[in-house]
Each structure stands twice: as structure tokens, then as C-alpha cells.
Design a binder for this molecule. Structure first.
Ligand SMILES: Nc1nc2c(ncn2[C@@H]2O[C@H](COP(=O)(O)OP(=O)(O)O)[C@@H](O)[C@H]2O)c(=O)[nH]1
Ligand SMILES: [Mg+2]
Length: 229
């Protein structure tokens, strides 16, 4: 008897992600998927980012959580283009969630789309959503071992953030150990240390968004969305 083996269980997700990527690209929207543990400060980062970007760029947000629309309510104070996606028991966003989300905002009115993934350092990494870039977020209150314990997000992210730098002095967090672990796992990745509360480091993050967006608008991309050098 012939047995069919599914080689790529993510194939369907990848196909939908490709649809999202094309749709976003055609609309000229630069898209970032922000991933990190629950409570690391993703929503606070996006709240601050919306305020800092709104003079130059039109920014929308798709925000994933298992339940409630509390993050969307927080973010809607700074953007008219915010959609909450509730995943129920799902521990990460998948491309079809984004496809549904895109049907509820007018992407022709956007320059940048920020996706806040479900709080989780593991599963979101493996799912292409059709984003341009994935950003992994850690925080000082989460412990200095989290990068070493979650190599997948360290290796797969295009940029890493270390948030809540204003709290560094109050918690036992060995910054050198954290930095060394990241260098060992992914020597090339940029790390921005910032605080959404005080604004420290936010200028570097905002500049990174502008630079990456400009690069990607100017240069051709391959089918996986990588800039062709
Ligand atoms: N002191 C400080 N608190 C922060 C910072 N960023 C977020 N928080 C707080 O951390 C908690 C979780 O933040 P939130 O943005 O909801 O995290 P999320 O679950 O990753 O979206 C909230 O009480 C925030 O006010 C920061 O940079 N500094
Ligand atoms: Mg949140």
C-alpha cells in the first residue's frame, strides 16, 4: 500500500504567508512581526512606536492574544488601524490569522504594519506570516538566561530587543552574560537595548525601522522576502 508522507506540515501556512507578503508588498507596506514572552513589553513598545512614527508614517497593528481585546484597546489610542486577533488555545499567530486581519484594515492607507505575536518565545518563530522581518524581544525582568534557553528565536530574528532597561539596576540581570550568549548563538544579529517607559534607546529602534523600510522599498526581494544583494 502506498503511504503519503507530509514533507512539510507548514506548507499550507507558507502558501498563505506568500499571499500576505504579495498583498502587503503590492500596497507598499513594510511589515514587522514582534515576538517575545508574555509581559516582556511588546504592547508598550508598540504604543511608544506608534507615537514616535506617526508624524512620518501611517502605521497599523495586528495584535494576537488568546483572549480579550485589551492590547487593541491600548493601541487604538494611537492608531485608527488596529485589529485584535484572538487565537483561543493557539499559542502563536499563523498566516491565515493575518490574512483575516488584513481583510479588516485598509492596507492601502498604511506604510508600516506591526504585528504583535502571541506572548511566547518558541512557536511564533517557526510560522511565516508574510512579514518582511521578525523581531525577537527579551526584557531585563525576564532573566538573563532567556536568550541561551531560547536559541531558536535568537537565531531566526532579524533584530533582537532587550526591553525594560530602566529596571536593569533593580533586578539581578548580567548584561554581559546575556550579550555573550547572543553573540555565541547569532554573531551577526543587532541588539537594541531600550525602555518604552523612559524612551531610552527608542531613537535607535525608530531609525532601524526607517532604514529597513527604505532598503526594502529600494531593493528587489526574493520569493522568501529576503533582500537580494
Ligand atoms: N518599567 C518598565 N515597565 C515596562 C516597560 N515596558 C513594559 N512595561 C510594563 O510591563 C508590563 C507588561 O507590558 P506589556 O506591554 O503589556 O507586555 P506584553 O505582554 O509583552 O505586551 C506592563 O505593566 C508594562 O507597563 C518598560 O520599558 N519599563
Ligand atoms: Mg501585549
Amino acid at each position: 500500500m502506498k503511504v503519503e508522507v507530509v514533507q512539510n506540515v507548514l506548507k499550507l501556512n507558507d502558501e498563505v504567508a506568500a499571499i500576505n507578503r504579495k498583498r502587503l508588498r503590492d500596497a507598499g507596506v513594510f511589515t514587522i512581526d514582534v515576538m517575545g514572552a508574555p509581559g516582556c513589553g511588546k504592547t508598550a513598545l508598540i504604543e511608544a512606536t506608534l507615537q514616535l512614527l506617526s508624524n512620518d508614517l501611517r502605521v497599523g497593528v495586528l495584535v494576537g492574544d488568546l483572549a480579550t481585546q485589551r492590547d487593541a484597546d491600548r493601541l487604538a489610542r494611537y492608531s485608527d488601524h488596529v485589529v485584535q486577533i484572538n487565537t483561543g488555545k493557539g499559542c502563536h499567530l499563523e498566516a491565515h490569522h493575518i490574512l483575516q486581519g488584513l481583510s479588516r484594515i485598509n492596507i492601502d492607507r498604511l506604510d508600516v504594519l506591526l504585528i504583535e505575536n502571541v506572548g511566547n518565545l518558541i512557536c511564533p518563530v517557526g510560522f511565516d506570516l508574510g512579514q518582511d522581518l521578525k523581531v525577537g524581544m527579551f526584557c531585563t525582568t525576564g532573566g538573563d538566561d532567556k536568550a541561551a534557553k531560547h536559541p531558536y528565536i535568537v537565531c531566526e530574528s532579524h533584530l533582537l530587543l532587550l526591553g525594560k532597561m530602566d529596571l536593569l539596576q533593580y533586578v539581578p540581570f548580567d548584561l554581559n552574560l546575556f550579550r555573550t550568549d547572543i553573540r555565541r548563538l547569532n554573531p551577526d544579529v543587532n541588539v537594541i537595548e531600550l525602555s518604552s517607559a523612559t524612551g531610552a534607546g527608542m531613537d535607535t529602534w525608530i531609525r532601524w525601522i526607517h532604514d529597513q523600510r527604505n532598503q526594502r522599498l529600494k531593493r528587489p526581494l526574493d520569493t522568501k522576502g529576503e533582500v537580494v544583494s
